[in-house]
Design a protein around this ligand. Structure first.
Ligand SMILES: [Fe+2]
Ligand SMILES: [Fe+2]
Length: 216
């Protein structure tokens, strides 16, 4: 059954990508749940999906199937279903218990996706999207060289979106050029250098699914 009141996707190209996915119904059900739980997290997830689609168009050999890349973006933060909205809205002033809840969202997301029958790659993306290229991320803290390429791509796309998107009560969005400079500075340290190059190349194109990110 089609879930009621699905949140809007950015356009027909994105709906077509979702239609092409073999687990379309499960994707929509989880994404709709996330939207009801915390609309800002759902909006963020759509933007990460847009960024991943732009990367997949820029370098299909690195990103793989565009439908999978878009869905990985839509669902990377689905573990935030287990984090109270009040905690999601104030991470700058959280106590240790709140920070622990936030840091648990990758494992929570992986569990939700595995139980829903998603393939291992989508589960690994949810679990690994806060790992860092040289280590020191979470939950494992190990170098992200051991992560799938798509997980490393989500990590850098997620960071760009988080820097430029509106609606974060604890800080103002960065301007486009400042955010891209930050990615460049962190390539090879926090982010996979190859994935970062792909995202920067995609961002340099005026006509790609990433462009609306910078219009907000
Ligand atoms: Fe996340
Ligand atoms: Fe995210």
């Amino acid at each position: 059954m089609e879930p009621a009141a699905s949140p809007p996707l950015p356009g027909p190209a994105f709906a077509a990508l979702l239609d092409a996915h073999p687990q379309r119904q499960a994707v929509l059900a989880l994404f709709t749940s996330l939207h009801r739980h915390h609309a800002a997290s759902a909006g963020h997830s759509v933007r990460v999906g847009q960024a991943l689609l732009a990367m997949a168009m820029e370098d299909p050999s690195y990103l793989g199937d565009p439908s999978t890349a878009f869905v990985a973006g839509l669902l990377h933060d689905v573990g935030k279903l287990l984090v109270p909205p009040g905690t999601l809205d104030s991470p700058a002033s959280l106590d240790k218990a709140g920070r622990d809840l936030i840091r648990a969202h990758p494992a929570a997301g992986a569990t939700i996706l595995a139980e829903a029958g998603f393939p291992p790659l989508i589960v690994e993306v949810a679990l690994g999207h806060h790992e860092r290229w040289q280590g020191g991320g979470y939950p494992a803290g190990l170098p992200a060289t051991g992560q799938p390429r798509l997980s490393r791509a989500v990590a850098v796309a997620d960071a760009l979106v988080a820097m430029v998107e509106p609606g974060r009560p604890y800080r103002r969005p960065l301007a486009r050029d400042a955010a891209l400079a930050e990615l460049r500075a962190c390539a090879g340290l926090q982010f996979d250098p190859a994935a970062t190059s792909i995202l920067l190349a995609a961002a340099a194109r005026a006509d790609n699914p990433l462009a609306p990110l910078f219009d907000t």
